[in-house]
Write a protein that binds this ligand. Structure first.
Ligand code: ADE
Length: 255
């Protein structure tokens, strides 16, 4: 299969929490960092399986849409490297809405929506005024090729923990969804919804408006139901030891 692009040379990776990307730091060479108030970004060289080096700049934004939009903007303009970022990734955990998703399943967003955006009656529910659209859609060529190649690589590597890879709609909002009533309401209001989280669509909006290619990759940590908060805590404790396996796999597929 043809490569997704000849090569990305500088990839920006964000997550909400250090457990989701922090361990990348141990795998970077010649690391430099910069602080913007309470946000620290790190940049360094990462060696791919084929020995090629790429630049990675990473950080954890904190929870929620404002934090992720702020970190995305800072990441794009950090000045940590003279080579501009040519791909942005947001990764981390999500709550399942579609019952076919199980814990440790992976979901690559083929679209995102801000489920708490409501500017009625001026705009329809969920329409993001700046985009005049409900959904933020990534470059579909990138998503399709990433999905196919990641699927192939995951089934070849047989990573011990991870489940199936899916592609679908993710909804973002400033709310940790932890009750079945809200879960069913979201599922009813947003047709085809796979999962919920709290940062992806804000990150995607900034990337889209800044005209930088982007993708959102999430791992299911809970069922967005009454046991979501304890499932989420337990999952995260375990996930931090495995998050890098998946990110390394993704980077090798992309670059
Ligand atoms: N991230 C992980 N689980 C979540 C949930 N249940 N609601 C919102 N964001 C999440």
């Amino acid at each position: 299969m043809a490569n997704i692009k000849k090569s990305y040379s500088h990839i920006g990776i964000l997550s909400a929490m250090p457990e989701e990307v922090g361990i990348i730091l141990d795998n970077l060479e010649s690391v430099s960092s910069v602080k913007f108030g309470d946000l620290e970004l790190f940049s360094g060289k990462f060696v791919l399986d084929n020995s090629r080096e790429i630049l990675l700049t990473i950080g954890w934004s904190g929870w929620g849409k404002v934090s992720s939009a702020r970190a995305t903007t800072r990441l794009l303009t950090s000045g940590l490297n003279s080579t501009p970022i040519d791909l942005l990734i947001f990764t981390g955990v999500a709550g399942a809405v579609d019952p076919k998703l199980k814990m440790w399943d992976i979901i690559l967003a083929d679209s995102l929506i801000q489920h708490d955006m409501d500017a009625r009656p001026i705009f329809d529910r969920f329409v993001i005024p700046a985009l005049n659209n409900k959904k933020i859609i990534p470059n579909m060529d990138l998503i399709d090729k990433t999905f196919n190649q990641l699927n192939k690589k995951l089934s070849h590597l047989k990573l011990s923990k991870f489940g199936n890879l899916h592609k679908g709609l993710i909804a973002t909002g400033d709310m940790f969804v932890s009750n079945t009533t809200k879960l069913h309401q979201l599922s009813k209001d947003i047709s085809g919804l796979y999962a919920v989280e709290m940062e992806g669509a804000a990150f995607a909006q900034v990337a889209f408006q800044e005209k930088v290619k982007w993708l959102v990759l999430r791992i299911i940590s809970d069922g967005a139901n009454e046991s979501a908060s304890s499932d989420f805590d337990n999952f995260l404790t375990e996930y931090k030891s495995y998050s890098f396996e998946l990110i390394r796999c993704l980077l090798n597929v992309l670059a």
